[in-house]
Design a protein around this ligand. Sequence first.
Ligand code: A2P
Length: 312
Amino acid sequence: LPSHFKLPSGDRIPSVALGKHAVVLHRCFLTYRRMLEVRDGQGRGSGQTLKAGYRHIDGAWIYRNEEEIGQALKESGVPREELWLTSKLWNTFHEPADIEPALDDTLKKLGTDYLDLYLIHWPLAQKNGQPYNKTLTEDPYPTWQKLEELVAKGKLRNIGVSNFNVRRLQNLTANPLKIQPAVNQVEISYWVPQPALLDYSKKHSLLLEAYSPLGGDGKVGDTLRLPVVTKIASQLGITPAQVIISWSVQRGTVVLPKSVTPSRIVENLQVQALPQALFDELEEAATSHEPYPRLNPSKGWGLDFDIFDGDD
Ligand code: A2P
């Protein structure tokens, strides 16, 4: 399995690799939830996560914990160049004039002067208390141009999007971009395997990052009890979670599993290539049922459209 994926900029984003030592030292996925729960619920301090070997911090301005992450990074003593820091531009800051101040706030809180990756968090431009900005939502080119400027300025190394379906990606890439989106972070799991988006992304050198890869909090039990998953797990002598995480990397996606359980955090970094026949069997099972997406905030946000509509 690839130990990293190479982005168009030449940067190597940590993936999950074969090889336990490399895994513990370099492969790292951390989510806001883990960071919060470890800090607040279990009192171990988020530096613990870095001690476990996590180096890839998947954050966002809206998670409202960038200050704590910054503190944990500082306490950990891990050199900045060993870290992969991702953050995300919130919906309220899509207007070009609002972007740099939002990024500066993130940088200040994290205690760094650049991000490895900055994503447009959702394909939705909406200031607090206002109707959404339809023009900027449909065509986020002005937002993107500002991000390109911030790359030129050295504050961002790579830029991408999150929660974009093919239609929304195309709305963006129809413009004369100087920098193509490097990453699209979306929900991908056994339940929502997104084969069409994956196919499209591979054709366009766009890396997908899988959030909720185990199915998310409510569904993880169902995922790990799937007969196809438990069968592969027992055949290979690995855990069901490792089967799913390995499959995700093998499909060519960065995977962002989350756990607050120390033993699982270590377990989740340890992946291996599935034999082709078993990989195919899991891929077939995952892509032959109706997709069951877990997260769709369109209604909750009072939108008169579905954020994921329009691919058909
Ligand atoms: P916990 O945090 O209690 O360890 P997802 O990454 O898809 O959002 O799923 C997160 C859920 O999966 C959490 O409930 C987490 O539980 C659980 N989980 C994470 N890793 C494992 C694992 N290796 N085995 C079993 N459950 C896991």
